[in-house]
Design a protein around this ligand. Structure first.
Ligand code: UDP
Length: 330
């Protein structure tokens, strides 16, 4: 299939591009490079474009005879979304509807969407199933939910075929060692822990040690980025084979606390990592763990990296060999 990947130069996008190429698809990356890295998709046809510009999208869809789109291009920081909501409504909502209209005009009927566990908000039950109430607590989560709702309306009325994949905590890096996580600023736990291990930060600050969890720190479901990438390929192939699509959680079903992540990193790195205890971060639920039974059952998805040390090891391989990210590999 000819697949356009918006946001394909980002962290999860670039890993999915690699998986699509390996599965034999023809991939075109569409990215404005606001946060993505051209080097993460070296050798793949690339269009520098903006999802809020319909002409950029239409041009790429037609020029490459696109059959399906994977849509990653979005702003994705919870904290920033609360400070600068307009950026999120413009990119994630206006950009989203612009993309859907371009798809309609170009006659492209298949889309896989990069959604998030943030659509659920504070969980009522763990593990979280797809039918859990949707009450996002951030602007980010709301914009992702709005796009999911648009997808459903476009399916019902215009026959769009979609799968919306709700990720829990994406982590790790491609085991091949050439691509990985490179955010600026970095806000995610595992890269921050590894930057502290490399001496690039004084310490990692634990955001809250008084949660109602066994060790007092937040529990998250860390899912390897390569497993996420595989799920996208499976979701695309299932839609093309006539599957129903819809929403799917993607997590590995195991929760790990912040302290457990730091301990795993110490085992992988083979050294103590400097830690500080800090205040809670606003908006962090105590526990977020997915039920991914639906993806396993309907898509035949089976995460390969379920061991936390293994996930951290792939991230460490990337950070150690690319201490400055894509900018200046060592
Ligand atoms: N966290 C932390 N210190 C940090 C960054 C994150 O203690 O410097 C915690 C955060 O409060 C959350 C978990 O690590 O409980 C995962 O956070 P991250 O930002 O990686 O992902 P999120 O769960 O927000 O998607």
């Amino acid at each position: 299939m000819n697949v356009l990947v918006t946001g394909g130069a980002g962290y999860i996008g670039s890993h999915t591009v690699k998986a699509l190429v390996e599965a034999g698809h023809h991939v075109v990356v569409f990215d404005d490079l606001s946060t993505g890295h051209r080097a993460s998709v070296a050798g793949v046809p690339f269009v520098q474009g903006d999802v809020t510009r319909r002409e950029d999208l239409l041009d790429a869809l037609k020029r490459y005879s696109i059959d399906a789109v994977m849509h990653f291009a979005a702003k994705s920081l919870v904290g920033e979304s609360m400070q600068d909501p307009a950026k999120y409504y413009v990119n994630n909502v206006a950009g989203g509807v612009t993309l859907l209209e371009a798809l309609r005009e170009a006659g492209v009927e298949t889309i896989i969407f990069s959604s998030t566990a943030a659509v659920y908000g504070e969980p009522e039950s763990i593990p979280i199933p797809e039918e859990h109430p949707l009450r996002p607590t951030s602007v980010y989560g709301r914009t992702k939910l709005m796009f999911e709702q648009m997808l459903e309306d476009y399916r019902r009325v215009y026959g769009l075929r979609y799968a919306a994949l709700r990720y829990f905590n994406a982590a790790g890096a491609d085991p091949g060692g050439q691509i990985g996580e490179d955010h600026d600023p970095e806000t995610h736990l595992i890269p921050i822990v590894l930057q502290a291990a490399l001496g690039q930060r004084e310490a990692v600050t634990i955001f809250g040690t008084d949660y109602d969890t066994p060790d007092g720190t937040c529990i998250r479901d860390y899912i390897h980025v390569t497993d996420l990438a595989d799920a996208h390929v499976l979701a695309l192939e299932a839609l093309k084979a006539g599957g129903p699509g819809g929403v799917y959680n993607l997590g590995n079903g195991n929760g790990f606390s912040v302290r457990q992540v730091i301990e795993a990193a110490e085992r992988v790195v083979g050294a103590k990592i400097p830690v500080k205890e800090g205040d809670r971060r606003a908006g962090d639920p105590a526990v977020l763990v997915a039920s991914s039974e639906k993806a396993r059952r309907e898509l035949g998805w089976k995460p390969r990296f379920t061991d936390l040390d293994e996930i951290v090891r792939t991230a460490w391989q990337w950070h150690r060999s690319h201490p400055n990210g894509y900018a200046r590999p060592s």
